[in-house]
Design a protein around this ligand. Structure first.
Ligand code: PEP
Length: 249
């Protein structure tokens, strides 16, 4: 059976006071969730605070990105080793906002993925198409290219230590969710693509869905055969909403 995960992506939101309130509320709300892992991916400056509040509480935490380099003259960047120092279990790489707004190419994302694995953390690799790509019929090509870049860099076996997240760009932060059938079709495509390289890795690979998941639509999405959890943006900033999504899984 594949492991199940709901990960919150706080993006560039929060402050010391609001984080404390959110994290402290999540602890009792998630205490009854034992069959799925729950995690929050927080901005770098709050990793220490998150570690201090969540350590030993059964909730994991992670970073939202890492630099592809290990150390050196890269002003403003944060390495995978640095976030590992704060007890992270996960680091997101390839989020569509990093790809679209900060120029992360497939090759850079593949290097970031390798950097995360190298320090023993689990990468959450995001892939997904824009609306224009879906409508022009190149969706599968785009997603295959994004997955293949990581396989070319690290090998298919490396996906055995990773989590994948399918996040259609048109569904992120827009309130438009892919239907369970639309999401399932892409998840099955991704699993099939990995299976062409390594069937065992493909069978065990957790593939999360992300894109306007809410408490009201989570259960239908999570009921699909190839959807193993969710990557949650906006709804992860509200404790009760995030907890309800975790419970739906
Ligand atoms: C995300 O940014 O990863 C995401 C899925 O955002 P939202 O849930 O707000 O659409």
């Amino acid at each position: 059976m594949r492991s199940k995960l709901v990960a919150g992506n706080w993006k560039m939101n929060g402050n010391l006071a609001s984080n404390q309130a959110l994290l402290k509320s999540l602890i009792p709300l998630l205490a009854s969730v034992t069959r799925a892992r729950c995690a929050v991916c927080v901005p770098y400056p709050y990793l220490a605070q998150t570690e201090q509040i969540l350590r030993g509480q059964g909730i994991s935490w992670g970073a939202q990105d890492v630099c592809e380099y290990e150390h050196g003259a890269y002003t403003g960047s944060v390495s995978a080793g640095m976030v590992a120092d704060f007890g992270c279990r996960f680091a997101i790489v390839g989020h569509s906002e990093r790809r679209a707004l900060f120029g992360d190419t497939d090759a850079v994302v593949a290097k970031k993925f390798a950097a995360v694995l190298k320090v023993g953390l689990t990468p959450i690799l995001c892939v997904g198409e824009t609306l224009a790509e879906r409508e022009s019929g190149v969706m599968e090509q785009v997603i295959a290219r994004q997955v293949d870049a990581v396989i070319a860099q690290s090998g298919a076996a490396a996906l055995g230590q990773a989590v994948l997240a399918y996040e259609p760009v048109w569904a992120i932060g827009t309130g438009k969710t892919a239907t369970p059938e639309q999401a399932q079709a892409v998840h099955a495509f991704i699993r099939g693509r990995v299976a062409e390289q390594d069937i065992r890795v493909a069978d065990g690979l957790p593939i999360l869905y992300g894109g306007s998941v809410k408490a009201s639509n989570a259960a239908q999405l999570f009921a699909m055969a190839d959807i193993d959890g969710g990557l949650i943006g906006g709804a992860s900033l509200v404790a009760e909403e995030f907890a309800a999504i975790c419970k739906a899984l």
